[in-house]
Each structure stands twice: as structure tokens, then as C-alpha cells.
Design a protein around this ligand. Structure first.
Ligand SMILES: Nc1ncnc2c1ncn2[C@@H]1O[C@H](COP(=O)(O)OP(=O)(O)OP(=O)(O)O)[C@@H](O)[C@H]1O
Length: 242
């Protein structure tokens, strides 16, 4: 069966620095996979190339068997790839609902005006923000901002969702809710690739992990096997067991 996402030998250089070095891996439809690695190992750069924010210097990226590597971000989004960012990107002067509306207005089948309202409410309810559309985005707590950012990503009706440290900075209760929310996305048919440093969340969520170090893939496979891999343990210098 064709993989939903396939990277073959993808490389990104910033001047003399090779941030991603010949990265190859694939994701099956409906899986939740982790993209792990110590700080600076190239994870966000890889997400940026998959979502079209950065042009690869080499290699191929396919979505459902079609080349997307090097396409502009809006075209990749229209093919079904959505993402969240390490630093939440919200429009604080707008309401929660208007933030989601902005995402609906730019998706492949745009929605705006009164027609968008039921969809805004449905998206907000799906991330635990039901009934909060009129609240100012600036007044949201950190977890609720993250929920709103997820609703904005879901507004694109993605088949592949890229989450860049979406669970970072949450307290234990919020983390449990966040994990359940991500699991519910898979139940809705989405494939998820998450960059994450919270290892309890990785264990709870990921069927499989890909681990990078200094731009290169160092391990790939079922989560527990990968987290025990000697090179992975060495790369993290014990962080995994913190
Ligand atoms: N726009 C850029 N210009 C120059 N160097 C960059 C740029 N973006 C990333 N880098 C460098 O590329 C390398 C990989 O960075 P990247 O952000 O992809 O790592 P990461 O694994 O996501 O790290 P973290 O876990 O800290 O977010 C780092 O050395 C970083 O400094």
C-alpha cells in the first residue's frame, strides 16, 4: 500500500550547516508517529520542508504518492497537510472564532460569513473550546491557545497533521487531555507526525518513532524499541529517562 507520506533522501542546508542530511522515512495512513531528537537535530526543519515553509536542497517528498517537495506552502496545505508551530501563532486582537474563521477562509474549499459559523463551533467543540467563539484570543490560557491553534489547523480538513511540540509546557492534567485529544484525531482518520520532547506523551501516543541527531536519522521503529536503542540513549545523554 502507498505510504501517506514518504521522504527520500531529503536534505536542507543553511550556508555551511547541513540541518537535515539525506532524511528518508515514511508514514502509513492512520498512524501517529513521533519525530524525535535532541535540540538542533533538524526536526522542525524537516516539518518546515514537509509543509512547504522551506525548500529542500535535495531529495523527494511525496504525499499519497504525489510529489509535494518544493511546492509552496498554500498548495501543500490544499493537498491536505496542516501543522501547528512550536510558538503558537494566534491573532490576539481577534476573537477565538475569528481566528478559526481566518483559517477556514484560506482552505481549499473556503468558508466565510454566516456559513462558517456552524463549522467554527464544530471545530472549537472538537478541541474542547465549545461555546468560546466570542471570547478574545488574547484572554486565553496557554493550553486554550494551543487548542485554538489546533482548531485552526483542523479547519484545513487535513489528512496529515504535523504537530511541533504541541504538548510542551502543559501540566499533567492538561497533558492527559492533550493526549486524548490527539488520539481522537486518529480516530477521525487523520495521520499525525509529532515532534515532541515529552516522553510520556510519545509513549502514550506514538506507534512508531523516527529519531534524528545532527540532521541524520539514527533510529526508526516501534516506540519502545527506538527509545531503548543505544544510539538514541546516547544522543539524548539520559534525557529520555529524566
Ligand atoms: N533559518 C535557519 N537559518 C540557519 N540555521 C537554521 C535555521 N533554522 C534552523 N537552523 C539550524 O538548523 C539546525 C536544526 O534546527 P531545527 O530547528 O530543525 O532543530 P530541532 O531538532 O527542531 O531543534 P529543537 O528541538 O530545539 O526545536 C540547528 O543547528 C539550527 O540552528
Amino acid at each position: 500500500m502507498t505510504a501517506l507520506l514518504e521522504l527520500r533522501n531529503v536534505t536542507k542546508r543553511f550556508g555551511g550547516l547541513v540541518a537535515v542530511n539525506g532524511l528518508s522515512f515514511s508514514l502509513a495512513r492512520g498512524e501517529i508517529a513521533g519525530l524525535l531528537g535532541p535540540n538542533g537535530s533538524g526536526k522542525t526543519t524537516a516539518l518546515n520542508m514537509i509543509s512547504g515553509l522551506l525548500l529542500p536542497n535535495g531529495g523527494e517528498i511525496d504525499l499519497a504518492g504525489q510529489a509535494i517537495g518544493g511546492l509552496p506552502a498554500d498548495r501543500i496545505a490544499h493537498r491536505g497537510v496542516a501543522r501547528t508551530f512550536q510558538l503558537v501563532r494566534a491573532l490576539p486582537s481577534l476573537s477565538v472564532g475569528e481566528n478559526v474563521l481566518a483559517a477556514l477562509a484560506f482552505r481549499r474549499h473556503p468558508l466565510w460569513g454566516p456559513a462558517a459559523e456552524p463549522e467554527i463551533e464544530r471545530l472549537l467543540a472538537s478541541v474542547g473550546l465549545g461555546g468560546r467563539a466570542r471570547q478574545s484570543a488574547a484572554s486565553l490560557t496557554y493550553i486554550d491557545l494551543k487548542r485554538m491553534e489546533l482548531a485552526r489547523a483542523l479547519a484545513a480538513d487535513p489528512t496529515l497533521l504535523l504537530l511541533d511540540e504541541w504538548l510542551a509546557g502543559l501540566n499533567p492534567t492538561e497533558l492527559r487531555d492533550g493526549i486524548d485529544l490527539i488520539l481522537s484525531l486518529r480516530d477521525r482518520g487523520m495521520t499525525v507526525l509529532l515532534v515532541e520532547h515529552v516522553m510520556d506523551a510519545v509513549r502514550a501516543l506514538c506507534d512508531r518513532c523516527v529519531v534524528m541527531n545532527t540532521g541524520s536519522l539514527i533510529a526508526e521503529g516501534p516506540t519502545e524499541d527506538v527509545l531503548r536503542h543505544p544510539e538514541v540513549v546516547r544522543a539524548y545523554l539520559g534525557d529520555l529517562h529524566a
